[in-house]
Each structure stands twice: as structure tokens, then as C-alpha cells.
Design a protein around this ligand. Structure first.
Ligand code: UDP
Ligand code: MG
Length: 238
């Protein structure tokens, strides 16, 4: 019997002003062991940071040819960073990893499971189905639940956490999605587009170590309104 060829998980990391957390996050991504026969491609996209992150990444780009590092000339938002990152993917699977410590890369193997055993084309993480999570902003939680509910009503999916950063795609699914939203509207856009494709979607519980605004969180109430616009636009009018 011949061994199946190795597969690659491409990890796309959008980065904006994360100089304090990025080194630790990158260490975590690099050190997480994946199931046998799977290796990682790490793609970092600097979204024109202003806090020293760009210098850090320019330095890394010199020293670490094994990392794929892209730079934006102007700050555009997480969605635009993902668009740049997805264009550099060479792996068989693609996962989004935010550049803070809110989500734990040790959960990659669990997220990969439904794809590796042939059940799923796409796997979403969910912070709301029973893992350890930091107790934090109540109104954010309510906002998340309302946005997920509206998204589900439009897409007829029963997701529990549409806004979760962990979205894992088979490459052939990712390749069919043309990303348009430059900012945080990327989450409802991605969700609507995988629903539209008829992809087999699974959800896996993930832990959540939410950070405060003082610790660097960037999403705000305006992004909530933008999410509503994107849910309606990409589910109903596209
Ligand atoms: N990000 C980005 N460009 C921006 C804003 C954010 O690339 O203009 C990145 C940020 O560095 C992080 C991810 O997008 O890796 C999500 O941002 P954040 O954690 O602030 O959002 P939240 O956790 O509130 O969804
Ligand atoms: Mg975050």
C-alpha cells in the first residue's frame, strides 16, 4: 500500500497593529502539531500597521523564507487582508487565524477532523457551544447572537456563531469564493457565500479568550450595522 501524499493546511493571518501579541501567536501556530501527514503553510498579511508590526514582519521576511508575508500599502481592513492572504494559498485546506490570542491554534486538529474524515467541506468554530471562554462584554454577546440569527434566517443554516474567526475551507471551496468586503463584513459575506455554494458545513466548539478594547480589540458598533448590511446583501441581493 502506498502512503497518501502529504497535505498542507494554509493558515492565513491578517495583522493590524499586533506588535505585542504577534510573536506569541506565531509561536503558537508554528508549534501546534497537526494530524499525521499534514504540514502548514503560514501566510501573514500586514494591513499597514503603525505600531512596529510592519518592521517586525519585514525582519521576519528576511530571516524566514518558509513564511509567506505580504504587505499592504494602506490600511484596508480584515477582509482585504484575507483577500490578499487567500490569493497566496497553495495548501489543500485554508483556515483564518486572527493575530491576537483570542483563539487557540491548538484547536486546529479538532477543526480539521470533519474535513479529514470526509464529512465536511467547510468547518466553522463556535464559541457558544460549550468550551471555556472569557466572560466579557454582554452586549457583544447579544449582538453576536442577533447577527447569527439574522444570517441563519437568510441562509437557512443553523449556525451558532457566524462571527467566529475560525473558518476552515477545503481549498476547492475557498477558490470558488470571491471576497469583496474590506472590513469585518467579511464574516457574513463568507458565510452567505458558502451557504450559496451548497457546501457541507460543520461546526466545532472552540474556546475563546476575548480581549478588551484596551488590549487591542478593534471591532466596534459600526461594524455591527455593517454586518447587518452584509447579511442582507450577500444572502438576498447577490
Ligand atoms: N485586522 C486587520 N485590519 C484591520 C483591523 C483588524 O487585518 O484594519 C486584523 C486584526 O489584527 C486581527 C483580526 O483582523 O488579526 C481581527 O481583528 P480584531 O481581533 O480586532 O477583531 P475582533 O476580535 O473584534 O473580531
Ligand atoms: Mg480578535
Amino acid at each position: 500500500m502506498t502512503a497518501s501524499p502529504p497535505k498542507v493546511l494554509s493558515v492565513v493571518i491578517p495583522v493590524y497593529n499586533e506588535v505585542n501579541l504577534l510573536p506569541m501567536l506565531l509561536g503558537r501556530v508554528e508549534s501546534v502539531p497537526l494530524p499525521q501527514g499534514i504540514t502548514k503553510q503560514i501566510i501573514l498579511v500586514d494591513d499597514c500597521s503603525k505600531d512596529g508590526t510592519t518592521d517586525l514582519l519585514r525582519d521576519l521576511a528576511q530571516k524566514r523564507p518558509d513564511l509567506t508575508i505580504k504587505f499592504h500599502e494602506v490600511n484596508q481592513g480584515k477582509g482585504a487582508a484575507l483577500r490578499t492572504g487567500f490569493a497566496a494559498v497553495t495548501g489543500d485546506f485554508v483556515i483564518v487565524q486572527d493575530a491576537d490570542l483570542e483563539y487557540d491554534p491548538r484547536e486546529f486538529p479538532r477543526l480539521l477532523e470533519p474535513i479529514l474524515d470526509g464529512r465536511a467541506d467547510v468547518v466553522f468554530g463556535s464559541r457558544f457551544i460549550g468550551q471555556t471562554h472569557r466572560v466579557l462584554y454582554y452586549w457583544h454577546y447579544v449582538g453576536n447572537k442577533l447577527l447569527t440569527m439574522l444570517s441563519n434566517m437568510c441562509s437557512n443554516l443553523n449556525l451558532t456563531d457566524m462571527e467566529c474567526c475560525y473558518k476552515l475551507f477545503k481549498r476547492e471551496v475557498a477558490d470558488q469564493i470571491k471576497l469583496e468586503e474590506p472590513r469585518f463584513g467579511i464574516e457574513p459575506e463568507l458565510t452567505a457565500k458558502v451557504a450559496r455554494l451548497g457546501a457541507r458545513i460543520y461546526e466545532t466548539p472552540v474556546s475563546y479568550s476575548g480581549r478588551t478594547f484596551a488590549e487591542g480589540k478593534k471591532i466596534n458598533w459600526k461594524d455591527g450595522f455593517s454586518a447587518i448590511r452584509c447579511i442582507l446583501k450577500y444572502n438576498l441581493f447577490k
